[in-house]
Design a protein around this ligand. Structure first.
Ligand code: PHE
Length: 343
């Protein structure tokens, strides 16, 4: 029966040196030693197994154990009573939660996402490029050599005196990056922000967004481009919309065209949105100039392709009949909130 005494004495030593760092540990101490299934209870249980002559001594040891444990627990309790470790029970779990006001998606983001969705349905993937570009990607590779008059059409923000680095003036620079790094066939759209040194008015801004498209493969024709644009216009503006292409000029496409859609507001009969012409312009496009393909080491005899570029602000203004471009950048919540249901 010696081992029972040993065990009890061992427990006494344990209790004497026990420490608790917080209220939780104090509670663990209580459960371990004084709980209904605790160590002391177990040790008390051995009493019956002892021969009578040892019972008195064991009983005294048990009393010492119990009082020592209780005293220790009191010490712990008083130490933690007023400290922050004591769990506070003033938490009302039935109280309603705070309502955090949810923001709304920016109209430009709504339209950009819609454009990505529409083009993804006909096999376009999304790629992005840097907003800070070098001259070669933004101009030279796109058939706009130095001193080309068309460079003046795009009032450029240059970043270095040697004019080597600039803020991209269009997303066409991403065409070049993709064509350099991939092999045809390739079918991509490039959404992104562009910059032009223009006076800020209701119709122009120094920063705006474009979605560029590029499809390069064998035997790609202008008919493919027209069909893709027609599909896009109908998905974006409705089934009754028609498209028209007007001959135009871009150094990097040949032939080039401006795309118009029939005015979806008045159906073509004339209204303020289409300035009574029945048509509104949505972007530029054309067949990628063979010189541009060659600049990117793509065999222009084997491959052809089309490219298009549209302004997201322009599409958004048409779609929601917004008449001032500056509204997009003012972050006025009264303006932004109106697109809540459009998400
Ligand atoms: N990069 C042209 C612009 O910003 C748009 C465009 C893209 C035209 C692709 C033709 C082909 O005006």
């Amino acid at each position: 029966m010696e081992d029972i005494f040993e065990k009890a004495n061992g427990t006494l030593e344990e209790i004497k040196i026990a420490i608790a760092a917080n209220a939780e540990e104090a509670e663990q101490f209580r459960i371990k030693y004084l709980g209904s299934k605790g160590v002391l209870k177990e040790l008390f249980g051995f009493m019956g197994k002892l021969p009578n002559e040892q019972k008195k001594e064991y009983g005294q040891l048990m009393n010492t154990l119990k009082s020592t444990a209780e005293q220790k627990l009191e010490e712990f309790k008083s130490a933690f009573e007023n400290s922050s470790n004591v769990p506070k029970h003033d938490l009302d779990l039935t109280a309603p939660g705070y309502q955090y006001p949810l923001g709304t998606r920016h109209p430009l983001a709504i339209v950009r996402n819609k454009m990505i969705e529409i083009f993804s349905h006909v096999g376009f993937q999304v790629a992005e490029g840097p907003e800070i570009e070098d001259d070669w990607h933004n101009f030279t590779a796109l058939n706009l050599p130095e001193d080309h008059p068309a460079r003046d059409m795009q009032d450029t923000f240059f970043l270095t005196d040697d004019k080597k680095w600039l803020l991209r003036t269009h997303t066409s620079s991403v065409q070049i990056r993709v064509m350099q790094n991939q092999k045809p066939p390739m079918k991509y759209i490039f959404p992104g922000r562009v910059f032009r040194n223009e006076t800020i008015t209701a119709r122009a801004h120094c920063t705006f967004h474009q979605v560029e498209g590029l499809y390069i493969d064998e035997n790609v024709s202008f008919a493919d481009l027209k069909q893709t644009m027609f599909y896009f216009a109908q998905e974006m503006f409705g089934r009754n919309v028609e498209v028209r292409f007007r001959p135009s000029f871009f150094p990097f496409t040949e032939p080039s065209a401006e795309m118009d859609i029939s005015c979806f507001v008045c159906g073509g009969s004339g209204c303020p949105v289409c300035k009574h012409s029945g048509w509104v312009e949505i972007g530029g496009c054309g067949m990628v100039d063979p010189a541009v393909l060659e600049n990117c080491n793509i065999d222009a005899k084997k491959y052809s392709g089309y490219a298009f570029g549209m302004g997201i602000e322009r599409i958004t203004m048409l779609k929601y009949q917004i008449n001032d471009l500056r509204l997009f950048f003012q972050n006025d919540i009264r303006f932004l909130k109106q697109f809540e249901s459009a998400v």
